[in-house]
Design a protein around this ligand. Structure first.
Ligand code: SOE
Length: 368
């Protein structure tokens, strides 16, 4: 059954696959954007009923196929374990529906590229939640770099550190290669870091050299763990700038510490996800911290600034802005900076290069 994919006058109807933390965040954002929450599916009918009840999603579908066959669903949010993303996203597109798919979009470049091609052929809107792009101060950093304020980009210094897997007792489906895929820390959070660096810099990583470590090869329920707990990467960008990225899920005390610092010949900018309403602008003579104030921000940053100065914004706000833009794209507009399957595939390509470099202990070319 194919849904009419043209811009609709009626309220957008959203369906959800999965019922964990990300489905919760997606459904809150969908509600905030004014969608009708049509229903949910999961790996079993019982799990679907549970998710639908907890999240207030409407119909509990017995299967994903049943959800996809419902002509009343216009857009499907895919919030399932990593190795299932590509297959479900493909089925959504084949059902003629728009798709918002969690990262990693796929666990191989070949699968990600096939999805990209299919989405383009079908003319459907695709989105991947690289949501840190939606913090106003991240947009402000991007606008300042694009305007030439920082001069020629020379270096990039980024980190994404978490501790929810810091002890051997910590466990999760992401640790299981069969559900999480061949890369864990990098696919899960390194992908956000790469996306944000490239988005803010307006530049691309062209080659890299990575070292990975699996600190615990056994955890509470998972044994013979092959996926990485942490990764250190040296990168070269197309512009000639160089940089380092550290990605870890075993950094005690760090909850969701994504930070990026980009230095040009004239100035630096630094953005920290845990203090998202601030941007550090570094200069040799006088550095400053800009506090978010929509009246003083670049237009794109002001657009995403939902509340006035002094009223803090955070993670769910960024997510809400992402979903609002994805829905606006479905309604026919073209919001700047909406991450789609092109960007999802790009992150998969960088992830694959990280694993290849770490395995061979040599530099890896990232490709276009
Ligand atoms: C867990 O590492 C996680 O929820 C990621 O999967 C999200 O992408 C990130 O935004 C927060 O941490």
């Amino acid at each position: 059954m194919t849904t009419d994919v043209t811009a609709k006058a009626r309220t957008l109807r959203a369906g959800f696959v999965g019922g964990g933390f990300m489905a919760t965040v997606h459904s809150r954002a969908a509600r905030a954007a004014g969608a009708h929450l049509g229903g949910g599916a999961s790996s079993s009918a019982a799990r679907a009923r549970d998710a639908v009840e907890r999240l207030g999603l409407g119909t509990a579908y017995a299967s994903i196929d049943e959800l996809l066959a419902d002509p009343d669903i216009d857009v499907v949010h895919v919030c399932t374990p990593n190795t299932t993303h590509a297959g479900i996203a493909r089925a959504v597109l084949e059902a003629g529906k728009h798709v918002i798919c969690e990262k990693p979009l796929a666990t191989s470049v070949a699968d990600a590229e096939r999805l990209r091609t299919l989405a383009a052929e079908r003319g459907l809107v695709t989105a991947v939640p690289f949501v840190y792009r939606f913090h106003p101060m991240a947009r402000e950093a991007r606008a300042r770099i694009a305007a030439g304020e920082t001069g020629r980009l020379v270096s990039v210094h980024g980190a994404y550190l978490q501790d929810w897997l810091a002890t051997q007792g910590d466990d999760d489906w992401r640790v299981d290669h069969a559900l999480g895929g061949p890369s864990r820390a990098f696919a899960d959070i390194g992908s956000h870091l790469v996306d944000l660096v490239e988005f803010i810099a307006g530049d691309r990583i062209v080659r890299l050299n990575a070292a990975t470590r699996t600190v615990y090869d056994r955890r509470a329920t998972n044994v013979d763990i092959s996926t990485e707990d942490l990764v250190a990467v040296v990168v070269e960008l197309a512009s000639g700038a160089v940089g380092t990225l550290l990605v870890s899920q075993v950094a005690p005390g760090r909850k969701n510490a994504l930070s990026i610092e980009l230095s040009g010949t004239d100035a630096s900018v630094r953005f920290e996800q845990e203090r998202p309403d601030r941007l550090w602008v570094g200069r040799a003579d006088a550095s400053m911290i800009l506090e978010r104030d929509p009246a003083r921000l670049a237009p794109d940053a002001a657009r995403l600034s939902l509340v006035p100065a002094g009223h803090p914004m955070g993670y769910q706000d960024a997510f809400n802005a992402f979903i609002a833009d994805a829905y606006a794209a479905i309604a026919g507009s073209a919001p700047d900076g909406l991450p789609g399957f092109d960007d999802g595939a790009r992150a998969v390509r960088v992830t694959e290069a990280v694993l290849a470099s770490a395995a061979s202990r040599t530099w890896a070319e990232v490709g276009a």
